[in-house]
Write a protein that binds this ligand. Structure first.
Ligand SMILES: [Zn+2]
Ligand SMILES: [Zn+2]
Length: 129
């Protein structure tokens, strides 16, 4: 199965041959970068993923950078020395037919109080790894 997706304007597209994991991230950097309560990420091996288009990268911490579309502003990618060999892609930017289910919440210690969370997924804190 191939996993595909794009930014809002379509000038950046991506694909991956397989996916490793999917989870919600509640860290404060994701909240600010995406303007959202939390971000659902899909982790893929960098060697089975590719993207086309002019991705701009912002160094959001000494170890990490976030890739976005300079035309429409969609925040699409994350990569970090903390997860070598992985590319993280925003779940919502995959095409609708892709089936990828979140398995956990991460950085739960900074989740916002103004969302009603009703799932039974495990709630991990940052140092759970
Ligand atoms: Zn775009
Ligand atoms: Zn995060």
């Amino acid at each position: 199965m191939k996993y595909t997706g794009s930014c809002l304007c379509g000038s950046i597209t991506f694909r991956a041959d397989s996916v490793k994991w999917c989870g919600h991230c509640h860290c404060s950097l994701c909240q600010r970068a995406h303007g959202a309560a939390f971000v659902t990420w899909v982790g893929v091996s960098a060697d089975v993923a590719s993207f086309e288009g002019e991705v701009h990268w912002h160094a959001s911490s000494p170890d990490s950078e976030r890739g976005f579309c300079p035309a429409c502003g969609s925040t699409l990618f994350f990569r970090s020395k903390r997860w070598p060999g992985e590319l993280h892609i925003v779940r919502a930017n995959f095409d609708a037919e892709c089936v990828i289910e979140p398995r956990a919440h991460g950085y739960w210690e900074t989740h916002v109080s103004w969302v009603d969370y009703k799932d039974d997924l495990p709630k991990k804190v940052s140092n759970d790894g």
